[in-house]
Design a protein around this ligand. Structure first.
Ligand code: NAD
Ligand code: LMR
Length: 339
């Protein structure tokens, strides 16, 4: 009897791993893979059965990170690339490219204070992507996302490779925070909770829509204002708690892995893959905006409009306009002024 059970378990395991191997070959490249986000993100992508090849790129440190992660007994083959001369190899054939490269905030800084350093980093990486992997879905994590996504778009336009369906600013961490804070405030099982977050990814440009949260439960205006502010200041809460040692890395790795998984599912033809993301958009009069996006085989298949907003959210939408517009223009101008 025990022998039979063991044989059945073995067969199940065999079939399971066969199914796992049978998915399409998918290469994911992480740029900034040796950093605070890059390392746990690399590990999480190594655990993702949809990934067949994981390319870890950074300016330094990637051979060690790649050797370490490569020992995990999951599907993805892992390779490490260090230094600019290896960037092309890291990118070639990539289906999804995740960019957490760049400096993080210290207490007292805004995300925009990172612009001077990170704009150049994202511009250089986008230039290489245009050359080596122009059809990949690109997930930009590097801050300030409100500007770095327009930077990547301008670089791709100049290179003649721009496809707005394939460029995403990762705002998933805002959604994850809004869900966590809402569930905790209203004593709900967090796995059942969803909260769309629209706009951008900095301060008041982060606009959680608690009027559309599910499940709907009685909530006071005071609670909504508290939850909105906490979601908008979530990044700063972590920066302050880390007291000079950087910003969110672990929760961001989780968020980045979740969003990259959605991109892989979309590419693989899974239906109904919908995530909030900061993309080129006509949902408002701003050229880039985060809202719910349907991700399919070609990237963005559909951008959902904002749906009915409460008066408080309408006001939030008005309030974020100037700042988000400025950040977008700042990114675009940077590329034009630095050819
Ligand atoms: P980190 O300093 O720990 O790591 C950054 C890594 O980028 C380093 O390993 C560094 O060597 C690498 N790097 C620098 N220049 C590079 C280049 N030209 N090419 C490749 N790699 C390069 O920082 P972190 O904590 O991982 O944060 C990275 C970025 O992510 C920051 O800009 C931070 O603000 C941003 N961030 C965004 C979100 C979001 O929600 N979108 C959340 C958290 C952090
Ligand atoms: C976050 O939201 O945690 C990131 O954008 C990092 C930061 O600087 O707050």
């Amino acid at each position: 009897m025990a022998g039979r059970q063991a044989a059945v378990a073995l067969l199940r395991r065999g079939l399971g791993s066969l199914a796992e191997q049978a998915g399409p070959q998918r290469k994911v490249a992480i740029l900034g893979a040796a950093g605070g986000i890059g390392q746990p993100l690399g590990l999480l992508m190594k655990l993702n059965p949809l990934v067949s090849h994981l390319a870890l790129y950074d300016i330094v440190g990637t051979p060690g990170v790649a050797a370490d992660i490569s020992h995990v007994n999951t599907r993805a083959h892992v390779s490490g690339y260090a230094g600019e001369e290896q960037l092309g190899e890291a990118l070639k054939g990539a289906d999804v490219i995740i960019i957490p490269a760049g400096v993080p905030r210290k207490p007292g800084m805004t995300r925009d204070d990172l612009f001077n350093i990170n704009a150049g980093i994202v511009k250089a990486l986008a230039t290489a992507i245009a050359k080596y992997a122009p059809h990949a879905l690109v997930n930009v994590i590097s801050n300030p996302v409100n500007s770095t996504v327009p930077i990547a778009a301008e670089v791709f336009k100049k290179a003649g490779t721009y496809d707005p369906k394939r460029l995403f600013g990762v705002t998933t961490l805002d959604v994850i925070r809004a869900r966590t804070f809402y569930a905790s405030k209203k004593n709900l099982p967090v796995k059942d909770v969803d909260v769309p977050v629209v706009g951008g990814h900095a301060g008041i440009t982060i606009l959680p829509l608690f009027s559309q949260a599910t499940p709907q439960v009685p909530i006071t205006q005071e609670e909504i204002e508290y939850l909105t502010k906490r979601t908008q200041d979530g990044g700063t809460e972590v920066v302050q708690a880390k007291a000079g040692k950087g910003s969110a890395t672990l929760s961001m790795a989780y968020a980045g892995a979740h969003f990259a998984d959605a991109c892989l599912k979309g590419l693989n033809g899974v239906e109904n893959v919908v995530e909030c993301s900061y993309v080129e958009s006509t949902v408002t009069d701003l050229p880039f905006f985060s809202s719910k996006v349907h991700i399919g085989k070609n990237g963005v298949e559909k951008i959902y409009d904002l749906g009915p907003l409460s008066d408080y959210e309408q006001q939030g939408l008005k309030d974020l306009h100037v700042e988000l517009a400025k950040s977008i223009v700042k990114g675009q101008t940077f590329v034009h002024d630095n050819p």
